[in-house]
Design a protein around this ligand. Structure first.
Ligand code: ZN
Ligand code: ZN
Length: 340
């Protein structure tokens, strides 16, 4: 059951600066996925409504918030920073915990998520990009999940090295048992815990902690692909179609997308300063303190500054004449495990 939408050809540029011709393409709509996402959103809306009624116990709301934050870390701090970009390393027990968190958020298994994300970085906003923002806000936010992928995606995906992922037994195990694990951890467990431990009604727990929480985390992630590729300034590279969107950074708890596409190996996913904080960096640093995280990679300020001055849009403080860093009054104090 598929419908089609015709796209015109156009010229686009990947993050590496290569110009690529966007070929005319017929988008094939997968109606089964459309129905699934309509169902998910209807149940999530009902769960959202229940949050404001006396039907939902306070403990259940706190539980749903915890699952959102925990699952969100599994995505942004786990499958994104740890497995997709290898911006830090983690011990086996912590990798298992992060894999559990990532499965609670249920956005495909670690292997598939990381592989698609590596394609997204290498071929940003081209036909090969699975969430190509040149097809519009709706497409890169959620529409891409309801369409057949562009043939260029499948062609370019073969050029991406993912051998490191298959050497991680946590990734291999999760991939092998992904669907039963996802059903249990994303939908069953979030509803059963409130029902069993504090006598919440099972339907209320399901609509609030399973469905509403799940869909809310999905949109928080998707905003990085949509708002992060649409709105905001480009302080680090004005040539690329990726922006430091406050909206996307807020929902991702501190990820700035223009910075991230310029320095994808930085585990901070932002140039942290007085006005920028990241919940996920605090968590990763805490695990580093416990000796469960090592090899954190980040970028020296002098490298960031030279990139800002060379390719930024002029909105960064480094580009301003009276910036204290430019006069040498402030020294670079950034210290991490592995600065590049
Ligand atoms: Zn991106
Ligand atoms: Zn990334």
């Amino acid at each position: 059951m598929a419908n089609s939408i015709r796209e015109n050809g156009s010229l686009s540029r990947s993050v590496s600066g290569r110009e690529m011709i966007s070929m005319p393409h017929t988008l094939e709509i997968i109606w089964r996925n459309v129905m699934v996402y309509i169902y998910l959103h209807l149940t999530a809306l009902y769960g959202f409504y229940l949050c404001f009624t006396s039907a939902t116990l306070t403990a259940t709301l706190i539980w749903a918030l915890f699952l959102h934050v925990f699952g969100g870390f599994g995505i942004a701090g786990g499958v994104h920073k740890l497995w997709s970009h290898r911006s830090y390393n983690a011990s086996l027990p912590l990798r298992i915990l992060i894999a559990v968190a990532q499965t609670i958020a249920h956005q495909d298994d670690i292997y598939k998520w990381s592989r698609e994300h590596r394609v997204h970085h290498k071929f940003s906003d081209t036909d090969a990009d699975p969430y190509n923002s040149r097809r519009g806000f709706f497409f890169c936010h959620i529409g891409w999940l309801m369409c057949e992928k562009h043939p260029e995606f499948y062609r370019m995906q073969k050029t991406i090295d993912v051998s490191d992922l298959l050497q991680d037994p946590v990734v291999v195990f999760q991939r092998k048992y992904y669907y039963p694990l996802a059903v249990i951890l994303c939908f069953v467990m979030p509803a059963v815990v409130p029902w069993y431990f504090w006598e919440e009604s099972l339907p209320t727990a399901f609509f609030v902690a399973s469905m509403f929480r799940y869909v809310f985390t999905l949109h928080a992630t998707w905003l990085t692909n949509s708002a992060g590729h649409s709105w905001g300034k480009r302080p680090y590279d004005k040539q690329i179609n990726l922006s430091d969107s406050l909206l996307a950074a807020s929902f991702s708890l501190g990820e700035w997308h223009n910075y991230h596409h310029v320095f994808p190996w930085d585990y901070k996913v932002a140039e942290l300063g007085s006005s920028r904080t990241s919940f996920h960096v605090v968590v990763i640093d805490f695990f580093a303190w416990l000796d469960l995280v090592y090899d954190r990679k980040t970028v020296r300020q002098r490298i960031v500054r030279s990139r800002v001055l060379r390719t930024g849009d002029g909105s960064h403080p480094y580009a301003l004449k009276d910036c204290p860093f430019n006069s040498g009054d402030i020294k670079d104090h950034s210290v991490d495990d592995d600065e590049i």
